[in-house]
Design a protein around this ligand. Structure first.
Ligand code: HEC
Ligand code: HEC
Length: 386
């Protein structure tokens, strides 16, 4: 009760002051500014209406009624349509994230990946491996199965670590917020991202065992490599020797070089988990994904068919490890239960990783310059790349 009285008293006390203000002469200036702003607002509205017409024509043959973020009109994100209650707020938050991402992209990525995200930035003409065309929604380095979109964390890894062997730089110092924003922005070049993202199937990557430099694992991995015919593209020695497939056109219509494991770092990373991920998920349109069944089915019969690729004396070296493989594929599927097969998939996968890692030659700069490459066992490197 007493509060009410005091508030009434306050408001009546304010009134004379307000009237005093209104009688001041600069009120005219104030009113004039108001009219001017209203006029400007109206003309801005006019522009926007003009834009709407353009947008309507422009998107007539596209699915989405929204301007794409590459479009300069997207700066005006108030026009983004909302369909559900509360969606407006979400849209605006997303739109401002996209705005920030667009700024980051314009600063660091546009020169290669292009203003429209189609990989045709001005620098792309000089690059052998062309920058990614983001408009197709196809990515190489994923933790998802071959047909799926990548996870946001996959894009994050690519941006933070870069891709070895090609021009894609690493941005380890880019603030986290900028990475998140630019990821949202490059996603938006693919119109069906939101629709397809729920179909992503994640390929789980277990933690690597510690003994990958053990001779037994490397030699067993050699058998898996031959039996699975990785050599068809990578060469029987992992350096391209005897590869039958040497020319590719990748998913984006660009020429693609096969990969030599013995030189330099791998694009998707050199950690055992990275290699595991690469052959389990495949590199879309370039290299198939090797799933559990294929990895379990490695057997003596499939290995024998590849014997002609063996180097001299190699068979004797591999012989003791052959007995750890089933004789035929049917043995795997008739005489083993699911858990035994899973064990085999795991063992074969990590042995294959061990073999691929063993192929990487580590040179010191001096050795590379003087042309005396020497293979250094991985265990001597303490994780450093010389
Ligand atoms: C100097 C050129 C260059 C710049 C600058 C550049 N990229 Fe790339 N980027 C590439 C190339 C080339 C590839 C394709 C590599 C390949 O196919 O092996 C690529 C591929 C990618 C991929 C796809 C990886 C996959 O899994 O397929 C992503 C994501 C990417 N870049 C993001 C970015 C972002 C974000 C920026 C800016 C912060 C950026 N890039 C800046 C050259 C560049
Ligand atoms: C149909 C051809 C083909 C077959 C078969 C194939 N690969 Fe590949 N693989 C490629 C090509 C091409 C690349 C290079 C991709 C690139 O540079 O972007 C590659 C790259 C890789 C990479 C490196 C990716 C990176 O991070 O740089 C690994 C690891 C790999 N392959 C493992 C294997 C294994 C293991 C097998 C057998 C189970 C195999 N590949 C079979 C074509 C093939």
């Amino acid at each position: 009760m007493s509060e009410k009285i005091s508030s009434t008293r306050l408001s009546s006390a304010r009134r004379p002051i307000l009237w005093g203000w209104l009688r001041r002469p600069w009120l005219a200036v104030f009113l004039f500014a108001g009219v001017l702003m209203a006029l400007l607002g109206a003309s801005g509205q006019g522009d926007r209406d003009g834009d709407k017409v353009v947008a309507a024509n422009d998107t007539a043959d596209r699915e989405s009624p929204h301007p794409t973020p590459a479009d300069p009109r997207s700066a005006n994100y108030n026009q983004w349509r909302t369909n559900e209650p509360g969606e407006y707020r979400r849209y605006n938050q997303r739109a401002s994230l996209l705005q920030r991402g667009k700024g980051v992209y314009a600063k660091y990525c546009v020169g290669c990946h292009g203003a429209n995200g189609d990989g045709q930035g001005p620098a792309s003409v000089r690059l052998i491996t062309k920058p990614r065309d983001f408009t197709k929604g196809i990515y190489k380095f994923r933790s998802t199965d071959s047909g799926s979109l990548p996870l946001e964390s996959d894009l994050h890894r690519t941006i933070a670590n870069g891709l070895s062997r090609v021009s894609m730089p690493a941005f380890p110092l880019m603030p986290e917020q900028e990475k998140v924003a630019v990821i949202e922005y490059i996603k938006s070049f693919y119109p069906d991202w939101e629709k397809e993202k729920n179909n992503r199937k994640i390929v789980s990557i277990p933690t690597a065992p510690q003994d990958l430099d053990k001779q037994e694992r490397v030699l067993r991995g050699r058998i898996v490599y031959l039996a699975m015919q990785c050599g068809k593209c990578h060469g029987s020695d992992g350096a391209g020797t005897g590869a039958t497939q040497t020319e590719y056109t990748d998913a984006w219509g660009n020429p693609q070089k096969p990969l030599n494991f013995t030189r330099g770092s791998l694009k998707g990373g050199d950690n055992p988990e990275d290699i595991f991920r690469t052959f389990h998920t495949g590199l879309r349109s370039i290299m198939p994904g090797y799933g559990g069944v294929t990895l379990a089915a490695v057997n003596i019969e499939t290995f024998e068919s590849q014997k002609s690729y063996l180097r001299e004396g190699e068979l004797e070296q591999l012989d003791p490890y052959l007995e750890s493989f089933p004789k035929t594929a049917s043995e795997v599927f008739t005489q083993m239960d699911e858990s035994q097969r899973q064990q085999l998939v795991k063992r074969n996968s990590w042995d294959l990783v061990a073999y691929v890692l063993s192929l990487q030659q580590k040179f010191s700069t001096a050795q590379a310059v003087l042309g005396q490459p020497r293979s250094v066992p991985r265990s001597d490197l303490n994780g450093e790349t010389p």
